[in-house]
Design a protein around this ligand. Structure first.
Ligand code: GLC
Length: 847
């Protein structure tokens, strides 16, 4: 069953039925302002950090699912009947629903008709939801204009009836009191600090949560308002016992002009509309945030001050600007242009339409969102605990460096800033304060090398290696403020970062080199790297002294990258030998100590017992070390093939490759969190999507294009569109995991959007299957495709030049480039040296 379709010319996914198996969401905002929105207008917003600067309140795991949101209610003042054009929260019956999910009829709206012509178009940076109810057509466009800290909701409403429609329109948002931790936990405080009031058409949310906070929100409408509400219980009525499905204000037909001093600040405008037959009207809502301005310069910012008129004028100017329909159209065009531009840097045309849809539009888009928000803020990550992940963010750059390399450069330097002098690093950090929250993971620091190498290959910017970056202090591992007023943090932690006298700095290169040293110095009995709290697999928490074969392979790859990087940079030549030797030594150790006969062991536990070995009764084979043994070159030809054959035979299923088998059947303290999950979920033998593309890469290294593509297709979300009732997550983005074959919900996806699968699948598809791979000397062309593919084309912008690459495969091979012509001239290797002339070049390739 499907709930929508891909409209590729518009670069939109169109949901045609509102009751999707899970909220199917979109991210609005490409910079600091981020707004998550579901297909029924649920979701929340934040500025820069979902924990410290949360704008809208959202209740995870609510009943019903997906509250609150950006809601509008339309009430027919003649009949008293009302509805939401986004279906939720009023929850009308749905017309022509093929869904098996029962649509409930309503009490408060018992005369209600059905919502029809529902459509949600999730586009790149915008969402349009339209529907029809009771003869009133509405269409809401939600988006965040580029570079602005605000979101626009544009309602286009039409009355196709033959009589006048007298309507009341209500908006609704619920404000989060900025600090999302306190907001959802410290109620004895938070229920007494909320502040919101309305002046003319603008509602201001001015709660001061912490001493350093200098932010307020505004919510305005283009129409003259009839009334407003800023206090939730007054809007809902019945002392707050009513729900958003039928708030008193809407039932009654007007708001009560309530002000919030304590309890729950909200923003609701009530606007009276009279639409002639056939009349259409556009009404705009602007929700934004701004910093307060001190009254005079000598005065240190007094955050509790009343908003002054200068500031209000500034805000009104901005609001007026973005209420102008022409400006809105212009901003929407700008947004579309921005995405066309980003995506145009890599476009493909292959015989597989699903792959084209994914690479040309959605996978790229997902890469940007994972780059922006790591694993921090989604519908499954509450945006309070995790912060930006070090290893995740490093890997996310792999799918994004070709799109906006400057952002990747800045991120790499940011990440180096949370590395300690000994080479290890914080596991997670706040994007605003850069304060870290955890450490003692064994793999984190090594990913920075892969991220840097990939960035330099893309850009040729070796200068990044000389950038001086401070190290983090261990003392920064203070418990993050947990939702209490914090006076010790008198100043905004952001200014602290700028002004702080830093402890030792070193070049980025030095940071990378310390990452290698750290791993080499922290090895165990077999000479393999210690696993510490965990490696890439967060949930494999082995005993003290355990060693990780996966980190060993990653280490070899990182050494090889260091070696190649130095060779290409042409400096520090004496160090090349060091990395070469380290890689060789570790390669020997892995082959001598970690080969299990048909695959590589996963680890040695603290007591010296193997993990992921035929000797184990559960968890005999794990996926992670297998592809990395091939990618890093640790496994030579015969072993490499045997390893990947074991993956195919033991781990591959129709929905992708599971993480291990057999699954753990009970809790084992010596394995840790992994064994707390039921078999087939999460790290305990689900199809974990992030390492699946590692296997694709490994198969491409081995030249087995058919198998690589089989793996690629098995987890490609676009290909699940027709079985959305099984997959349940959005068909336009990867999810973190899919329930494995020994789980009753085999095939069901979980935790969509923020996952390393985005960058890695993009990388595997473009750089390994299609084989268009940036390298230091130029663009390497080395495809590994299904034998039956006759040809494909790629448009690739690389270091200013644009390459139109056509690959022909007349002999039905997978791999092995026979011929390359650059602008008609044959070249003798597979590397296209950059022209640097900013022009278009034609590349013809034959396999
Ligand atoms: C999650 C984490 C990632 C980790 C993976 C496996 O996706 O974000 O860092 O590598 O789980 O445990």
């Amino acid at each position: 069953m499907r709930f929508g379709y891909f409209d590729n010319p518009s670069k939109e996914y169109v949901i045609t039925q509102p009751n999707t198996p899970l909220p199917w969401i979109n991210y609005l905002g490409c910079d600091e302002y981020c707004a998550l929105i579901s297909n029924t207008a649920g979701g929340y917003s934040f500025l820069g950090d979902p924990r410290d600067q949360r704008i809208l309140r959202y209740r995870y795991d609510n009943i019903p699912f997906d509250r609150g949101g950006r809601y509008l209610y339309i009430r027919d003042d003649d009949s008293g009947e009302f509805f939401s054009p986004t279906w939720q929260p009023t929850n009308q019956k749905i017309q022509n629903s093929k869904s098996k999910i029962l649509n409930k009829s309503k009490f408060s709206n018992s005369k209600s008709q059905t919502i029809s012509n529902y459509e949600c178009r999730h586009g790149l940076g915008y969402t349009i939801i339209s529907s029809e109810y009771g003869g009133i057509e509405s269409k809401i466009t939600y988006f965040v204009p580029l570079g602005e800290n605000l979101e626009i909701w544009r309602l286009e409403i039409r009355n196709p009836r033959s009589e006048i429609a007298k309507l009341s329109l209500f908006s609704f948002v619920e404000f989060c009191l900025w600090d999302a931790v306190g907001d959802s936990s410290n109620f004895q405080r938070t229920w007494s600090i909320g502040k919101a009031h309305c002046e003319e058409n603008t509602i201001y949310h001015t709660t001061l949560y912490n001493s350093w906070m200098n932010i307020f929100a505004y919510f305005s409408t283009s129409e003259k308002i009839h009334s407003f509400d800023c206090q939730r219980r007054d809007f809902l009525g019945n002392y707050g016992y009513n729900s958003l499905e039928a708030p008193l204000a809407v039932v009654r037909g007007n708001c009560s002009n309530s002000v919030a001093i304590g309890w729950a600040p909200i923003g609701s405008h009530c606007v009276k509309l009279k639409l002639e037959p056939g009349e259409k009207k556009t009404i705009v809502f602007v929700l934004g945030v701004s910093n307060k301005i001190p009254n005079n310069k000598s005065q240190k910012t007094n955050k509790s001050q009343i908003l002054n008129s200068k500031l209000k004028n500034k805000i009104h100017k901005k609001i007026r600007k973005f209420q102008d329909p022409k400006i809105i159209e212009k901003e929407l065009r700008k947004l579309r242009g921005y995405w066309d531009d980003n995506l145009s840097r890599l476009q493909i045309e292959t015989p597989d339409q699903d792959m084209n849809t994914s690479i040309n539009i959605w996978n790229s888009y997902q890469c940007m969102q994972t780059f922006n928000w790591s694993r921090y803020a989604s519908y499954y990550e509450a945006g309070i605990g995790r912060g930006m992940g070090f290893r995740d963010s490093c890997q996310d750059t792999l799918g994004f460096a070709h799109m906006i390399p400057d952002k990747v450069r800045a991120r790499i330097l940011d990440l180096a800033r949370v590395q300690f002098e000994d080479g290890s690093c914080h596991h997670q950090y706040s994007p605003i304060t850069k304060k870290g929250t955890l450490y003692n993971y064994s793999d984190d620091q090594l990913w920075l090398i892969l991220a840097t190498a990939n960035y330099i290959k893309e850009t040729g910017d070796f200068g990044i290696l000389d950038e001086e970056v401070a190290f983090a202090k261990r003392q920064e591992l203070v418990p993050a403020p947990i939702g209490h007023y914090n006076k010790s943090e008198i100043r905004d932690p952001r200014s602290e970062i700028k002004s702080k006298k830093q402890i030792p700095k070193a070049s980025l290169y030095e940071h990378l080199s310390r990452a290698i040293d750290y791993t080499w110095k922290h090895r165990g009995k077999h000479g393999l790297p210690l696993s510490l709290f965990s490696d890439w697999n967060d949930c494999l928490n082995l005993d003290e002294g355990a060693e990780s074969v996966f980190v060993a392979c990653l280490f070899v790859e990182a050494c090889r990258e260091m070696e190649k990087m130095l060779r290409a940079a042409g400096n520090k030549l004496h160090e090349i030998a060091k990395y070469h030797k380290l890689a060789e030594k570790m390669t020997k150790i892995v082959n001598a100590k970690a080969w299990d006969g048909k695959w590589f062991k996963r680890a040695y536990n603290g007591d010296g017992k193997p993990v992921g070995s035929k000797k184990c009764s559960e968890g005999k084979i794990f996926l992670e070390p297998q592809p990395w043994a091939i990618i890093s070159g640790v496994a030579k030809r015969k072993r490499a093939k045997q390893t990947m054959d074991s993956v195919f035979v033991k781990l591959f299923t129709k929905y992708g490759i599971r993480l291990l088998t057999p699954a753990f059947q009970r809790y084992y303290p010596e394995y840790g969190e992994i064994s707390t999950y039921p078999p087939g979920l999460k790290e305990n033998a689900s199809i974990f999507c992030h390492p699946n593309p590692w296997a694709i890469v490994a198969e491409c290294v081995l030249g087995r294009g058919d198998r690589a593509f089989e793996y690629y297709k098995a987890i490609l979300p676009v290909s699940q569109n027709n079985q959305a009732h099984i997959r349940k997550t959005e068909p336009y983005v990867y999810c973190q995991m899919v329930a494995g074959p020994n789980h009753p919900d085999f095939g069901e996806g979980k935790n969509s959007w923020l996952t390393g699968s985005a960058a890695w699948n993009y990388m595997a598809a473009t750089q390994f299957i299609l084989g268009i791979k940036p390298d230091y000397e130029g663009l390497v062309i080395d495809p590994c495709v299904p034998k039956k593919w006759k040809s494909f084309t790629v448009k690739r912008v690389f270091r200013k030049d644009t390459y139109f690459i056509k690959v022909n495969n007349p002999k039905a091979k997978s791999k092995g480039v026979k011929l390359i012509r650059v602008d008609g001239r044959k070249i003798n290797n597979r590397v296209i040296t950059p022209f640097g002339d900013g022009r278009e070049h034609i590349i013809e390739v034959e396999i």
